[in-house]
Design a protein around this ligand. Structure first.
Ligand SMILES: Cc1ncc(COP(=O)(O)O)c(C=O)c1O
Length: 442
């Protein structure tokens, strides 16, 4: 199976997919796979939804795509309207693109353009966090603290300053739960001061770390604290919600939980739920104003920005999410699901932590619950679990390197927001079975 969180993508010997329905995929042999992680947290309303497919077909029958810089469309306008509403009217503009990396790349570029429009051409540097993942384009990769995925490109990446992850399970030396947030805020401020506030454009972070951390929600108060530091030094706050956003963590914007509205926000995976590639960068009024008045338009965009059929897919997915109350469902069912997982995995001493929010849950494996020491990286424990689960008909998302870039084993679960109770139960049973078998094979 593909090594989602690892250093490469093994595309050999893959099962050949035939079809999917709801939470299940079926390969050409007829074997069923329950999608316990939405691939990499993508399929938020399941597969082959008849309403979404019909909306895409209707769009294709009229026009697949009219170039965004010549035409608007009702699909794009209606999607924009629903995203503004569902994200709490916190943003002014929505810039569409095709995926998460482009959404992050656009956020970085809009941040630079914002400062340029204000005549602040020295504000060019970015600060990001270790153990983070923001995407594969050079800019997005540059702000990613993910050693294995950066290694082959070192030397050509932007000069980004990295600060500590906000991880209550793995705190920096000398921190306690009570001092963690102030320690991290002070570290960010010191980094800004070291670089010189006149040189720093933005701080970029995942409100809940995905692949690089195995679902790590920031501790309470962290987002507000880093927002205050950024505001003090005229540094923009970019929230990368490509994985944790669009309702996955039980609020449409993950940061809503923290009461924080960022200056820029990227979304992708759950926006069109995997039906057609679609991402977006949401821009606050503060950032939009000087850009519009000085430059007239955003200097980012691609041939397929705002692709009409992709917008129709996004509109159908978001309409279903809003109409069926699926964000609320992810919140309430997710809490119960997490509780159930914690119960069934507690029999394994090696399960150190079960955490997350909504339908975005991470399981971390350790050699010793007290010391939280990781397994040796060459054991490949998380991928062993992923492979055993896959063989048993469960798709989960194994990740490695969350401790120091090499060691650390986590498994992400991110079921569709409309997964049934029976499906959640099946995920629980099959994950426990895979964890048990992988641990027993020591
Ligand atoms: C938080 C985050 N940002 C950005 C990306 C990049 O998105 P994409 O793979 O769609 O380019 C990902 C992908 O996993 C992600 O998890």
């Amino acid at each position: 199976m593909a090594r989602g969180g690892g250093s490469g993508f093994g595309l050999q010997d893959l099962s050949r997919i035939a079809r999917a329905q709801g939470s299940y995929l079926y390969d050409e042999t007829g074997k069923a796979y329950l999608d316990g992680s939405g691939g990499p947290a993508v399929f938020c309303i399941g597969h082959a939804n008849a309403e979404v497919n019909a909306a895409i077909c209707r769009q294709l029958d009229s026009i697949a795509y009219a170039y965004r810089y010549l035409f608007t469309s009702s699909a794009l306008e209606s999607l924009t309207e629903i995203v503004h509403r569902i994200s709490g009217h916190c943003f002014k503009d929505i810039l569409y693109c095709a995926d998460g990396s482009e959404a992050v790349e656009s956020a970085l570029k809009v941040a630079l353009q914002y400062h340029a429009a204000r005549g602040l051409m020295t504000k060019r540097r970015f600060i990001a966090r270790q153990r983070s993942w923001h995407g594969n384009t050079l800019g997005a990769l540059s702000v990613s603290g993910f050693a294995a995925r950066r290694r082959a490109f070192e030397g050509s990446l932007l000069d980004v300053a990295f600060v500590s992850p906000a991880n209550a399970y793995r705190m920096p030396e000398g921190c306690t739960a009570d001092t963690l947030v102030s320690h991290l805020a002070a570290e960010l401020e010191q980094t800004i001061l070291t670089l010189g506030p006149d040189n720093v454009a933005a701080f970029v972070f995942e409100p809940i770390v995905g692949a690089a951390g195995g679902v790590v929600p920031a501790p309470p108060g962290y987002a507000a604290a880093v927002q205050a530091v950024c505001a003090k030094h005229d540094v923009l706050l970019i929230a990368d919600e490509v994985m944790c956003g669009a309702g996955r963590s039980g609020t449409w914007c993950a940061l809503e939980h923290d009461g924080v509205v960022p200056d820029l926000m990227s979304v992708a995976k759950g926006l069109a739920g995997g039906y057609i590639p679609l991402g977006a960068t949401l821009v606050s009024a503060k950032v939009a104003a000087p850009i519009v008045s000085e430059h007239g338009a955003y200097m980012t965009g691609h041939t397929f920005s705002g692709h009409t059929a992709a917008c129709a897919a996004g509109l159908a997915v978001q309409t279903i999410i809003e109409r069926d109350g699926l964000v609320e469902r992810a919140r309430s069912k997710g809490a119960a699901f997490q509780q159930a997982l914690r119960g069934s995995l507690s029999k394994f001493d090696e399960v150190g932590d079960v955490r997350g929010r909504g339908f975005f849950i991470g399981v971390e494996l350790v050699t010793d619950r007290a010391t939280r020491a990781p397994f040796a990286p060459d054991r490949g424990l998380s991928f062993d679990i992923g492979q055993r689960a896959f063989a048993d008909g469960l798709i989960c998302y194994p990740c490695s390197g969350n401790v120091d870039g090499a060691a650390g084993d986590t498994v992400i679960l991110a079921p569709p927001y409309n997964a049934s109770d029976a499906e959640l139960e099946e995920i629980d049973v099959k994950l426990s079975r895979a964890v048990g078998a992988a641990l027993a094979s020591k």
